[in-house]
Design a protein. Structure first.
Length: 152
């Protein structure tokens, strides 16, 4: 894979990730450099299904979904490194140092940054940061395993 930065529109994201509505949480990849980092984003809309039940009078994006969005961005970074993702899944194996710094609300653009990726065998670890308007909303160290999809 080339080290030149690349972007991804939703069509390319859908080729790499198995997630679909309402669980696909990456709208666009702005920059992805194999083995280095990814910068992506999720536009947070009041129409998101989770806002119906998660503090409906004061809609706040659930922290676990912020972490899922970061994991999906990290999965895209790992997928670019792996290349052929057919028959593969990227599964969480750990979250360390998780901190939530500010609320994410409808109208926000949630910027997703994963960097310092380290791959060892079929495990990858990376530092992940979610930002809104350049301010840290959440951070974590994400560990994931690359596994074969179960046969149908």
């Amino acid at each position: 894979m080339t080290d030149a930065p690349q972007s991804m529109d939703i069509r390319k994201i859908l080729r790499f990730l198995p997630h679909r509505y309402p669980f696909l949480l990456v709208d666009r990849v702005v920059e992805c450099v194999s083995g280095s980092h990814i910068r992506a984003y999720k536009n947070v809309s009041v129409n998101e299904p989770f806002f119906q039940g998660h503090f409906p009078d004061t809609p706040i994006m659930p922290g676990v979904l912020i972490l899922e969005a970061l994991a999906q961005a990290g999965g895209l970074l790992a997928a670019v490194d792996v290349g052929d993702v057919n028959g593969k899944l990227f599964l969480f194996t750990g979250l360390d140092g998780v901190k939530f710094r500010r609320q994410v609300v409808p109208g926000d653009r949630l910027d997703l940054v994963c960097e310092n990726m380290r791959m060892k065998l079929k495990l990858c670890k990376m530092d992940a940061h979610a930002l809104v308007d350049g301010k840290l909303a959440a951070e974590a160290r994400i560990t994931a395993a690359i596994v074969d999809r179960p046969a149908d």
